[in-house]
Design a protein around this ligand. Structure first.
Ligand SMILES: CC(C)(COP(=O)(O)OP(=O)(O)OC[C@H]1O[C@@H](n2cnc3c(N)ncnc32)[C@H](O)[C@@H]1OP(=O)(O)O)[C@@H](O)C(=O)NCCC(=O)NCCS
Length: 272
């Protein structure tokens, strides 16, 4: 895909109400320009997928085929192309988050179950006075994130900090305790990622309050791994509603899995 394909990509993902914005595709193309793949038939783009390489680990997402062309093997070809692309980047492990009813497609291509994620929706509201958190150095946040994600997301985090400077919030000063990113686009806020020290009880709430103070009352959504107990307790505390589930799957060596216990929100269903 190129930048010129973004409007068609959005028209395709709108068929499933995924709510993709141009920013999402621009970010994916920045992260891995060669990994954004389109399926073309008679000159018409009628499917796409995105592969994102983080070195040893690659993620596959946004697998979609136009309704008119489903059931003809295009979805499988797209995923096979993404696998081939990531193999070329040297990934020893591949991951993706699948809708529960589509897991057989990926199972047939060698992906195995890992754990479920749950989507949360709600509203974030500012609550009284609070001392702003003491931010950490960017490099320290990247190293902290690597322990929880399983490999370095420096490029993604650098991009998010540039795009969302006010809502890229970390705490802990020299000794990072956690960070949250509020991606405010088109009037709502996707919290992605949100990672905290899995032993610290207060850090997640401190980051939520800090984000609320900046964005004001706003609709929010996030996707949390089910093994993260802090995510379900903070979602209850914040009054978020549970939505659909997805299954995280892996292919190849089961490595670089990180620590889902400290991952309150993914960086994105499509890119881990
Ligand atoms: C899922 C999707 C990409 C599959 O594309 P496709 O071109 O229709 O798939 P294929 O023709 O390559 O089908 C391959 C296999 O996938 C499975 N499959 C495809 N679509 C499926 C669906 N909606 N539900 C369950 N299984 C499905 C079938 O097992 C099929 O095997 P079969 O041919 O033996 O029946 C397409 O249905 C789509 O765009 N759906 C909406 C978006 C979506 O759900 N994306 C997946 C996100 S995890």
């Amino acid at each position: 895909m190129s930048q010129a394909d973004i409007p068609t990509a959005i028209a395709l993902t709108d068929l499933e109400d995924w709510g993709c914005t141009p920013g999402i595709f621009r970010r994916l193309m920045y992260l891995d320009p060669g990994g954004c793949l389109k399926a073309v038939l008679d000159g018409e783009m009628m499917g796409l997928t995105t592969a994102t390489s983080y070195g040893d680990v690659g993620w596959i997402g946004n697998v979609i085929v136009h309704t008119r062309h489903r059931g003809k093997g295009i979805g499988v070809q797209l995923v096979e192309s993404a696998i081939e692309y990531l193999e070329g980047t040297g990934a020893e492990t591949m991951r993706l988050n699948s809708y529960i009813h589509v897991t057989s497609l990926y199972g047939a291509l060698g992906f195995k179950r890992e754990f479920e994620n749950v989507r949360y929706n709600g509203v974030i509201k500012p609550s009284g006075d609070m001392a702003p958190p003491s931010p950490s150095r960017f490099g320290d946040v990247v190293s902290f994130d690597e322990r929880y994600f399983g490999c370095s997301r420096r490029r993604l985090l650098w991009r998010l900090r540039r795009e969302f400077p006010r809502t890229f919030i970390s705490t802990g000063n020299g000794d990072v305790k956690g960070y949250i990113v509020g991606q405010v686009e088109e009037g709502s806020c996707e919290i992605a990622p949100w990672v905290v020290d899995h032993r610290s009880k207060e850090c997640a709430r401190e980051l939520w309050r800090a984000l609320a103070a900046i964005v004001g009352e706003t609709r929010v959504a996030l996707t949390a791994p089910v093994p993260c107990e802090q995510a379900s307790s903070i979602a209850r505390w914040a009054g978020l509603r549970k939505g659909f589930r997805t299954l995280r799957m892996y292919r190849g060596r089961r490595a670089h899995g990180g620590r889902p216990a400290g991952t309150i929100a993914l960086g994105g269903l499509e890119k881990g």
